[in-house]
Design a protein around this ligand. Structure first.
Ligand code: DND
Ligand code: ATP
Ligand code: GLN
Length: 586
């Protein structure tokens, strides 16, 4: 049986950077060739970046993607890699003359300086953050490529991401086509514990196809999404053969012994398997097989990350790539000495290094001494830049000209802080980080154009109870490595307070966060109604109050900064509700 050396390139593309992404894929192919690979796999829409959103509607962008693909094929040949098959995800369009273009989420096999085969994604995800029904026409042809491997040949089926998540589709057809390997190229974003789903899923599809599956995923942040990699190779019997580390660029190189193709593809160019919505299209790659690498390649199985560690890593990568891909030199945030700004600062320092993180303490009349001390302590622990900008005089100036009282005065303080941060951003070039967590965003516990200012919010999808857990985890992790824990203990243990009036506590306005988060998990993440929440044991009056707060804060969320998605249902594209909405749970 022939042995194929597979290289799975877990890379980090940038949406819209066709030239940069082509260079990235070219570099991965060169590295794979140096490792002796006979087939290179790269992620879904790796050439355009994922998700390209409404760029897909522009003919100029489609044409640029098609041209970049042809250019990459030529460049690989120019690099001496003409005989190395490379699978590339790209945006394509087809349609007859005079017909509207059908845009396709496509995979191409490049070989001999040309595009020798292409496959159009069959199952288009149209839930959660995915809008592929809006953009693409599904393919109905399974492309099976006959690759020369050693002195023999292997039949390889091409599939794209969501194809893997549905039974009875391309993988079932791959079985009827008798393939030796199924390739699955992905742009599968991180959600907590999604890796626990992926391995059994890939194993089920391998069983369905009766063939091993090579699963390659992207890595890195793109706006709200973080791709965690987790590329893997799974045998037909479900055994995990190799698995890449998550959240890191990686080339997973592994030898697979595969059944040789025996029939003559010329005799069976088109086969319609019984009952399937796809037909099979066979393409033979001609020319000699690329000489295999010496010895044996074992990709290995990377260590797993546990629950809190994986969230921390996702938040770090999401923040780092947002800042770097948008070319910000640095970030700035208000340091209140509280848990939220402390955790955001610690994340930012992990993502960017202390020199690129600027903390500002902005005490007012109501700021406690410990809030200033804790902010300074946080800065000393993390090494970030730190300054103090008292706001009381500015607040007093406003109050001298405006007749304000109560909540308006509270919000004014938050707004003066927002003005200061945006001014420092304008003058010094930093990106302003927002610090509101998911629980606060849910109930609208923030001042519009005040503490909600900013360009990116790392905690947007992190409930308050998880913010504390992250702080404890990060401190313990530092201690275990003999490093200084970044978050001051006092920031973790003190009762949360906005400090906008004397002796204010979050608990004056909100239930305790463990109680609040449990209700929010049901209502926001689970779409549960009032009756379900009460039946689940939550206090009915509290449910009414919390649901009322959530419903009436939609307008704040619609204006809020983007932030990294870590849950099944993040505010934003995962949860779209009307602002003007009279439906209330009763
Ligand atoms: N449907 C709608 N569409 C568009 N805009 C709408 C709107 N409804 C109200 N508005 C506007 O929003 C304004 C009310 O919003 P806003 O000005 O933010 O004020 P508001 O939500 O009334 O008050 C802010 C709340 O957040 C709390 N807070 C503030 C700062 C920090 C923290 C913390 O611990 O993190 C908590 C504070 O204690 C208070 O409970 C209205 O005056 C109106 O202009
Ligand atoms: N005295 C302050 N100096 C600097 N920034 C502040 C100050 N007070 C509030 N902020 C900014 O406003 C955000 C909201 O803070 P606030 O204290 O009102 O509530 P919080 O949600 O409990 O946040 P934290 O846990 O960070 O205190 C803070 O995270 C911080 O970025
Ligand atoms: N790009 C895709 O098709 C992603 C959808 C898929 N269910 C995933 O999250 O992995």
């Amino acid at each position: 049986m022939p042995t194929l050396r597979l290289a799975l390139a877990q890379v980090n593309p940038v949406v819209g950077d066709l030239a940069g992404n082509a260079a990235l894929l070219r570099g991965a192919a060169r590295a794979a060739a140096a490792a002796g690979a006979g087939l290179v796999l790269t992620p879904e829409l790796g050439l355009t970046g994922y998700p390209p959103e409404d760029l897909v509607f522009r003919r100029s962008f489609v044409a640029a993607s098609q041209a970049a693909l042809r250019g990459l094929a030529g460049d690989l040949a120019a690099d001496g890699l003409a005989d190395l098959p490379v699978v590339v995800g790209y945006l394509d369009a087809d349609g007859g003359a005079g017909l509207p273009a059908r845009r396709r989420n496509a995979a191409a096999l490049l070989h001999g300086g040309r595009v020798v085969a292409r496959y159009f994604k069959h199952h288009l995800p149209n839930y959660g953050v995915f809008d592929e029904g809006r953009y693409f026409t599904p393919g109905d042809v399974l492309t099976v490529v006959r690759l020369p491997v050693g002195g023999a040949a292997v039949d390889v089926a091409l599939t794209v991401c969501e194809d893997l998540w549905q039974a009875g589709g391309p993988f079932a057809v791959a079985r009827t086509a008798g393939v030796g390997l199924v390739v699955s190229i992905n742009a599968s974003p991180f959600e907590q514990d999604k890796d626990d789903l992926r391995l059994p899923l890939v194993a089920r599809r391998a069983a369905e196809a009766g063939a091993p599956v090579a699963y390659v995923n992207a890595v890195g942040g793109q706006d709200e999404l973080v791709f965690d990699g987790d590329s893997m190779i799974v045998a037909a019997d479900g055994a995990l053969l190799a698995r890449a580390p998550r959240f890191a660029d990686h080339l997973l190189v592994h030898d697979l012994t595969l059944p040789a193709a025996t029939d003559d593809p010329a005799q069976v160019p088109l086969v319609a398997p019984p009952g399937a919505a796809l037909v099979v299209h066979r393409v033979a790659v001609t020319g000699p097989a690329r000489a295999g690498g010496a010895g044996t390649a074992e990709g290995g199985v990377a260590d797993r990350l546990d629950g809190t560690a994986q969230v921390w890593r996702a938040l770090v990568v999401g923040l780092r790539d947002y800042v770097d891909k948008n070319r910000f030199p640095s970030v700035i945030l208000g340091l209140s000495g509280g848990i939220d700004s402390s955790v955001v600062a610690a994340l930012a320092v992990d993502a960017l290094g202390p020199d690129r993180v600027h903390g500002v303490s902005m005490p007012s009349r109501y700021s406690s001494a410990h809030s200033r001390d804790d902010a300074a302590d946080l800065a000393a622990r993390t090494g970030c830049a730190y300054r103090v900008a008292p706001i009381q005089e500015m607040v007093d100036q406003f109050l001298a000209h405006l007749s304000l009282s109560g909540l308006a005065v509270e919000n004014l303080q938050a707004r003066v802080r927002g003005v200061l941060l945006m001014s420092l951003s304008n003058s010094e070039g930093h990106l302003v980080l927002t610090t509101g967590n998911k629980s606060e965003l849910a109930v609208g516990y923030s001042t519009l154009y005040g503490d909600s200012v900013g360009g990116f919010n790392p905690l947007k999808d992190v409930p308050k109870t998880l913010v504390w857990e992250l702080a404890r985890w990060r401190n313990a992790d530092a201690a275990a490595r003999g490093e200084v824990p970044p978050v001051p203990e006092n920031a973790i243990t003190k009762p949360p307070s906005a400090e906008l009036r004397p002796d204010q506590r979050d608990s004056d306005s909100l239930p305790e966060y463990d109680v609040l988060d449990a209700i929010l998990a049901g209502y926001v993440d689970g779409d549960a109604g009032r009756a379900e929440l009460v039946a689940a044991g939550h206090d009915a009056a509290l449910v009414d109050r919390v649901l009322g707060l959530v419903d009436s804060a939609e307008y704040k969320r619609r204006q809020s900064a983007p932030g990294t998605k870590i849950s099944m249902k993040a505010f934003g594209r995962d949860r779209r509700l009307p602002i003007t909405n009279r439906f209330r749970e009763r």
